[in-house]
Write a protein that binds this ligand. Structure first.
Ligand code: NAG
Length: 367
């Protein structure tokens, strides 16, 4: 680099610094209250119950194998930090709080120091590998949904300690609650262990899950939730590990798992239609089956060249403990993969899914 080029670059850098300084100085007072800085928060807080799709690290200090706090998880997170999120970067609840101008990241309730601001804007109680079937979390020693409700009561007390009872009631009243679980019940408990499949056929097992999910919705409503987004099941038979386990030599989508997911979804749509009450608690069924199936079937339209294998290892079976950078290789380009490990989507796929949710459901959730 010549002296002249260096000088030009320094001048440009100087201009950039000035421009940033001006932008900061001109930002209206209070714009840092919502750390996204892109306008007023659309809800005061987001509160999350569920499984690994929405778990930002609550399992990290549990005695369980189901954790994602090691590389390559988090390889595209700030500082490549493996926070416990089950992806290469952000997970859906991070994109949800960003999209609602609430904050940049959805923190876990457990294992981190929560600032007053964190408490005021909501936390996630979700635990990877939990489910609506009470047996599901027990098999893998993770947090039950009942325990997540208990943690909410503890959280609420802490929030009262920070902002008082009246403001706490206002925050809960305005908050968006998200419920997302059920894939582990079908993929793990029903199709991988013998504990349920000997007693239940698919429709009767789905009945058990529907009653568990309906009970959870009642419990969340009883917390004072006035807006609940209930996330349905994805095409479980099309995730890489389930193709490997049930999809035959060509690793096709496994139809029984997809049938179970679709049956659960249609039953929950009915349950929610019957339970929702705009005067007390508005509940919205959020379909993610269609968009994930679309990404898997027509990946090329979205820039995905690999839709049946995860980015981690062979992509056919590695998840949590088996997806470990010490033992397996990582794909060359995570951005062209729908799945990061053999079970969980990549950050880029999650972003597309959340954009779809915002486009199709936000008006109903915030009405
Ligand atoms: C990685 O994949 C993305 C998405 O398909 C694509 O836009 C990008 O060019 C790829 N990067 C490389 C280095 O091939």
């Amino acid at each position: 680099m010549t002296m002249k080029m260096k000088q030009q670059m320094m001048n440009k850098l100087g201009l950039l610094v000035v421009a940033v300084a001006v932008a900061v100085a001109m930002a209206p007072a209070g714009s840092f209250a919502s750390s996204s800085g892109r306008g007023a928060p659309m809800v005061p807080a987001v509160i999350v119950f569920g499984d690994s799709i929405v778990d930002p690290g609550n399992n990290n200090n549990l005695k369980t194998q189901i954790k994602a706090n090691h590389a390559p998880y988090g390889m595209d997170f700030a500082n490549s930090e493996p926070t416990g999120r089950y992806s290469n970067g952000l997970i859906p609840t991070d994109f949800i709080v960003q999209g609602l101008n609430v904050k940049q990241l959805m923190p876990p309730y457990l294992g981190v120091e929560l600032s007053p601001e964190d408490l005021k804007t909501g936390v996630s109680f979700a635990s990877g590998a939990t489910g609506y079937d009470p047996l599901t979390p027990v098999i893998v020693s993770v947090i039950t949904l009942d325990q997540q409700i208990e943690y909410f009561h503890e959280y609420r007390k802490r929030l009262v300690g920070v902002v008082g009872e009246e403001e706490t009631a206002r925050i809960i009243d305005g908050a968006l609650f998200v419920v997302c679980a059920g894939t582990d019940d079908i993929a793990n408990t029903y199709f991988t262990t013998p504990f349920r499949s000997v007693e239940y056929d698919i429709p009767s097992y789905v009945d058990l899950l529907v009653s568990g999910a309906a009970k959870l919705l009642d419990q969340v409503a009883a917390l004072g939730a006035r807006r609940i987004g209930f996330v349905g099941l994805p095409p479980i038979g099309c995730v890489p590990s389930q193709r490997t386990l049930g999809g035959g030599p060509h690793r096709r989508c496994e139809e029984k798992r997809n049938y179970a997911a679709k049956l659960f979804n249609s039953r929950m749509e009915e349950v929610i239609a019957a339970k929702t009450n705009p005067a007390t608690t508005r509940m919205v069924y959020v379909d993610i089956y269609t968009i994930l199936q679309e990404l898997v079937e027509n990946g090329d339209k979205y820039g995905f060249t690999e839709t049946t294998r995860g980015c981690c290892g062979t992509g056919t079976i590695e998840v949590t403990g088996l997806c470990d950078a010490r033992f397996v290789d990582i794909c060359d380009n995570v951005s062209n993969h729908v799945f990061f490990d053999s079970y969980h989507p990549t950050q880029r796929a999650y972003k597309i899914i959340v954009d779809y949710i915002f486009d199709n459901y936000l008006q109903f959730l915030l009405a």
